[in-house]
Write a protein that binds this ligand. Structure first.
Ligand code: SF4
Length: 377
């Protein structure tokens, strides 16, 4: 409180100058960022705080429920608290909830939402409905630093990591959308949106903890998949941390030369190191591993490429290979193979007894398909 008040005094004389709008927006962000985010407090912290200010213990439970289960977006939504208590919370804490800026609807039922963070950044999340499943694809960072050559997010660069409560909000907001549009809650979550989840490790794990907690969204971690471009050290850490969610590796090429060409991260995390890390992960968790493999015309769609993929598949306990249809983006010179080439590739994998599935892209018309997220539209 003191900190935020003094910051306000320092900056407030500037508000009436010619820089009115920018400076006041800046002030707001500085103040907001300087205040303690209430969702970064533990239950015990909130309880202790309330006792300290003479409030009853059960108030902590009420607030906690609003924060994590009843999905309040602001302190004023907490209607079972007195006005005075809400005011005290407003003065003492920030509550930087994500908001939805725009929603786009694809003709195939896919829904893309653009979220805005408290400091004005934008990220996207996609709701992919099927008969049996309602899956959300969430972002873990604003942009991405890994610069994969086929991915629109990679061309944006990385602006910042998302906090765990912001990732949680993406799921909450899309869940509300799913209930409203399809009358069904989300069934699955995939971390395949903007950003590399393992480069925002703590926030991603904390978000998953809240999503799966009984006093959170109470979704099984077995319905959550984290997809990585391949950070060997962090994959091993997932094993050490005995996580309960599934892991997907964005492979896209099964030899180092080709992979490095399209995914610069392969220069420091080559296929051998990823093979070791994934085996380590499986040994320590027993969790499902999948490969993601986008087919690019005349790049990774030959029989030789398929052979290399099969060879790698045999070295790791991979449950499934998702062969993904490529979606063209600006700036990239890739194309998708002819249908007969894709079919040949699939048939060849089947002949080698590889568990592979062809994933048709969803939401292409609204730039919501795999690799297309870049705050467009
Ligand atoms: Fe980043 Fe994933 Fe895009 Fe690669 S594919 S640039 S890791 S968001």
């Amino acid at each position: 409180m003191k900190e935020s008040a003094s910051l306000f005094i320092i900056f407030s004389p500037l508000i009436d100058t010619t820089f009115n709008f920018n400076i006041s927006t800046f002030c707001f962000h500085v103040i907001f960022a300087a205040m303690q985010n209430i969702r970064h407090l533990s239950y015990n912290d909130i309880e202790a705080l309330f006792l300290q200010i003479g409030e009853k213990k059960f108030r902590a439970k009420q607030v906690w429920e609003w924060l994590w289960q009843k999905n309040a977006r602001a302190f004023n939504d907490m209607t079972n608290l007195s006005k005075e208590l809400r005011q005290k919370l407003v003065e003492q804490f920030s509550f930087p909830a994500l908001t939805i800026e725009t929603t786009q609807y694809s003709e195939d039922g896919t829904i893309k939402s653009r979220f805005v963070t408290f400091d004005g950044y934008k990220v996207e999340g996609v709701l992919i409905p099927t008969e049996e499943r309602k899956t959300v694809c969430v972002s873990s960072q604003v942009g991405c630093s890994l610069g994969c050559k086929f991915c629109a997010t990679g061309f944006m660069g990385r602006k910042r990591n998302l906090d765990f409560d912001e990732i949680y909000d993406e799921v909450v907001l899309v869940n509300q959308h799913s209930e409203k549009t399809f009358g069904q809650k989300l069934t699955n979550i995939v971390f395949m949106g903007m950003g590399e989840p393992l480069l925002n490790y703590n926030n991603v794990l904390k978000a998953i903890e809240r999503i799966s907690a009984e006093d959170g969204l109470f979704m099984s971690p077995k319905r959550i998949t984290v997809s990585t471009a391949g950070i060997a050290k962090m994959i091993k850490k997932l094993g050490d941390d005995k996580v309960r969610f599934k892991l997907a590796l964005s492979l896209h090429a099964a030899n180092d030369k080709k992979r490095s060409e399209i995914m610069p991260i392969n220069d420091t995390n080559n296929i051998q190191s990823l093979t070791e890390a994934l085996n380590y992960f499986y040994k320590h968790t027993g969790n499902e591993i999948t490969f993601e493999y986008i087919l690019f015309k005349n790049f990774n769609d030959s029989q030789k490429d398929a052979d290399e993929l099969v060879k790698l598949y045999r070295q790791i306990p991979v449950d499934l290979i998702n062969i993904i249809e490529y979606n063209t983006i600006e700036n990239a010179s890739f194309d998708k193979p002819e249908e007969n080439v894709t079919n040949c590739f699939m048939e060849y994998l089947a002949s080698k007894r590889v568990n592979a599935r062809l994933r048709k892209s969803r939401g292409k018309d609204i730039d919501a398909a795999c690799g297309q997220l870049a705050n467009k539209g």
